[in-house]
Design a protein around this ligand. Structure first.
Ligand SMILES: N[C@@H](CCC(=O)N[C@@H](CS)C(=O)NCC(=O)O)C(=O)O
Length: 326
């Protein structure tokens, strides 16, 4: 675990001393956009054209932020147009590594860096910007033509994938419909702060106060979502949107990892009937299940964060992520 400073790798854990034990997530720095041909402006340096075969997505199958982008690539039928590969689940002194290990092979996503054969993800960042300072995170959306990072922000990447390539795929499914923008933004804001990032704030807290400051709002939000799903299949009603997929990748990791490893243990997702049914509904949507690799998920968190779990023992359970039939 570490970061780049002026293009040089430094192995260091998150510093929470200056923030009273609180984990503060840093902003993603590559914020360009792939845009559809009708909106593409060649004079805008942040615009990248939506072309088949031009882009590569680097993900971690363990990471909930990267998982969102993998789901959108699948739902929008972008597999033939955007190539993908994954890092090894263990993120240690060199950060994310590209390493083939038979035991961690995934049936859908190859591991490694097929474009440069780099050993570490930080080499992609310095290849894009030799002076880069900051964290080396996944997902990374890479442009094979300009040899650079288009974006390392999952929230932006799923918006691009939602519509920019529609002319190539013919897939018009819209997970960010105009009429629901306000509702989606409000949901995203609360869910990002208290749930998606909330579990990390609880898990990486180094003081009791910082932990509790994240924990209670997290469970208030889960209660709020449980109520909201009492009479609706999805967060905004009967249409599945990006707000659901953004929540999904946290919920699917919750009982297996966040409940134990991040101490988010007031309740499990299986203890919420509506949330649990909802989670299973999303999991069973259009083979999204194939994007979930529980082995990578558990190995990553329990093995990589040795300040939290120094023995690196990975728990065997839970036996099921869904509510047993009653
Ligand atoms: N805001 C980013 C966050 C991505 C992120 O933090 N990814 C984690 C993996 S779950 C990571 O790569 N962490 C490495 C680090 O912080 O050094 C996004 O949503 O894309």
């Amino acid at each position: 675990m570490g970061l780049l400073i002026d293009g040089k790798w430094h192995d260091q854990w998150y510093d929470t001393k200056a923030t009273q034990g609180k984990f503060v997530r840093s902003q993603s720095q590559f914020r360009n956009w792939i845009v559809s041909p009708d909106q593409f402006d060649a004079n805008d340096a942040t615009h990248f054209p939506a072309e088949s075969g031009r882009y590569h997505l680097y993900v971690s199958l363990a990471c909930p932020w990267a998982h969102r982008t993998l789901i959108f690539r699948h739902l929008k039928q972008l597999e033939p147009h955007i190539s993908v590969s994954c890092v090894h689940p263990h993120m240690l002194e060199n950060g994310w590594e590209f390493k083939n290990e038979q035991g961690f092979a995934d049936s859908q996503v190859p591991s490694g860096d097929p474009l440069h054969d780099f050993q570490f993800a930080h080499q992609l960042y310095t290849h894009a910007n030799s002076e880069y300072s900051g964290r080396v995170t996944v997902p990374i959306l890479w442009d094979k033509q300009q040899h650079t990072i288009v974006s390392n922000e999952s929230a932006d990447i799923i918006r691009m994938l939602n519509s920019a390539f529609d002319h190539l795929t013919g897939n018009q499914d819209d997970f960010y419909p105009e009429a629901l923008h306000d509702e989606i933004h409000a949901l995203n804001e609360r869910i990002y702060d208290t749930v998606n990032n909330g579990v990390y704030k609880a898990g990486f807290a180094t003081t009791q106060a910082a932990y509790e400051e994240a924990l209670y709002p997290l469970f208030e939000s889960l209660e709020f979502l449980e109520q909201r799903l009492a009479n609706a299949s999805y967060l905004t009603g009967e249409q599945v949107t990006e707000a659901d997929w953004r929540l999904f990748t946290t919920l699917i990791r919750f009982d297996a990892v966040y409940h134990g490893h991040f101490k988010c243990n007031l309740k499990r997702i299986v203890d919420y009937p509506n949330l649990s049914t909802y989670l299973e509904r999303l999991y069973n949507t259009q083979q999204v299940a194939a994007t979930v690799n529980l082995e990578h998920i558990k190995q990553h968190y329990y093995y990589s964060h040795d300040t939290i779990n120094p023995t690196r023992v990975v728990p065997a359970g839970p036996k099921t992520l869904f509510r047993p039939e009653i």
